[in-house]
Design a protein. Structure first.
Length: 155
């Protein structure tokens, strides 16, 4: 990884304190390089389900309200934590992206598409049954990514 690779950083967010800490870390890392941070939230889209056979157009129509709520939540997250102001002070660009899909694969795919030099995500340390049922997105990103991945643990 060259230092120029840090000009674009993808930060996966789920609107929790863990992801806020990941954003805070990204601001620190991005400051010297005047990076562009892309805050990404992936609305988990079921791979298979009752509507899996529906046409793409129908599925897009069905998902539109869910994506709109997620986009509003992203705006509220940025506003509540004053992230735009912090980014401006750090001379770091800040963009938000909300997309549907399977989180781990979409995080890696989007990072590659943006030609990001790094992926940053928060880690809650979920273990046991919750980890088995929900899947460990962080672990999956680590497995799928060819890019450096920084996992920020709660302080």
């Amino acid at each position: 990884m060259s230092l120029d690779d840090l000009r674009t950083i993808l930060v996966a967010v789920d609107f929790t304190q863990d992801s806020l800490e990941a954003v805070q870390e990204a601001l620190v890392i991005g400051k010297p390089w005047e990076s562009r941070l892309h805050l990404l939230h992936v609305v988990h889209e079921p791979v298979e389900g009752a509507g899996a056979h529906q046409k793409k157009k129908e599925l897009k129509k069905m998902w539109r309200p869910v994506l709109e709520v997620a986009a509003d939540t992203m705006k509220a997250f940025v506003k509540e934590h004053d992230l735009a102001k912090q980014a401006k002070q750090a001379k770091v660009g800040l963009e938000t992206v909300v997309i549907p899909g399977v989180p781990a694969s979409q995080i890696v795919h989007t990072a590659k598409k943006l030609k990001a030099g790094m992926i940053i995500l928060g880690y809650s340390g979920t273990t046991g049954i919750a980890n088995l049922l929900m899947g460990a997105t962080t672990e999956k990103v680590l497995q799928l990514s060819d890019l450096p991945v920084l996992v920020v643990k709660k302080r």
